[in-house]
Design a protein around this ligand. Structure first.
Ligand SMILES: Nc1ncnc2c1ncn2[C@@H]1O[C@H](COP(=O)(O)OP(=O)(O)OP(=O)(O)O)[C@@H](O)[C@H]1O
Length: 224
């Protein structure tokens, strides 16, 4: 059985429908990629799966249970982690405080913060620095570490390479592959960056105008 099975999903903003007939599965330990150009609905997909926006039809079966009508915090407690586009780091809290906040919100013991810090060496020298002064790459790594303080089994990851220099991009690839190995983590990643996707994803789908299809664009075919 898949960890996540989405079927016949529709969602949007008020009267504006964006996603239609969306179906996908993510298996345990799998990294599924969704590629698409600007405005095609990638972020909307992750918002609908995390509960940030309501779905208008369809099912989101996570670990055997349809969570499509559950509020975001309940989905998060079940192990559906979400790293939104723009990272949404708390700017006035330190790196450590950002992580402690997430652990508390997820009712996890605070020891998980030290466990995660040990997995992200780049955070160690900046633990007391305010989130708002971090570089884009540091914020992305913190956003991921903070999400993992909720002990998710699946992470919904929205454009982690946006505004990030190539060296940190490579570090993020290595980190995600390591986390998959060590924690058995599953990842649903939406991206525009074909190279990043090629380095990371086991399988890639293509999103166009709110619909998903098997990847058939020349860029993706060239990755294979
Ligand atoms: N809050 C909102 N209200 C109304 N429409 C929105 C809202 N947010 C996004 N949209 C529209 O939904 C469509 C899909 O946007 P979405 O952000 O999901 O695309 P995306 O594929 O993630 O693009 P990008 O790569 O630029 O982030 C776009 O047409 C966008 O204008």
């Amino acid at each position: 059985m898949s960890l996540l099975t989405v079927s016949d999903l529709a969602a949007g903003y008020g009267q504006i429908g964006i996603l239609r007939d969306v179906a996908l599965t993510v298996d345990k330990g799998e990294i599924l990629g969704v590629l698409g150009h600007n405005g095609m609905g990638k972020s909307t997909l992750l918002k609908a799966l995390s509960g940030a926006i309501p779905v208008t039809r369809g099912a989101i079966v996570f670990e055997g249970l349809d969570v499509a009508r559950e509020p975001p915090f309940r989905r998060a407690r079940r192990g559906l982690g979400y790293v939104p586009q723009g990272r949404q780091i708390f700017p006035a809290l330190t790196v450590r405080e950002n992580m402690e906040y997430a652990a508390r919100a997820a009712a996890q013991p605070l020891e998980i913060v030290d466990d995660m810090i040990a997995r992200f060496p780049r955070l160690t020298p900046i633990l007391d620095r305010a989130g708002g002064v971090l570089s884009g790459g540091e914020q992305q790594i913190l956003a991921l570490a903070r999400c993992l303080c909720g002990r998710p089994s699946l992470v919904l990851l929205d454009e982690p390479t946006e505004g990030i220099q190539p060296s940190i991009r490579d570090e993020i690839v290595e980190t995600l592959l390591r986390l998959r190995r060590s924690l058995g983590l599953s990842i649903l990643l939406v991206e525009q960056n074909v190279k990043f996707m090629g380095d990371l994803a086991d399988r890639v789908l293509h999103m166009e105008k709110g619909r998903l299809s098997a990847a058939a664009t020349p860029e993706i075919a060239a990755m294979a």
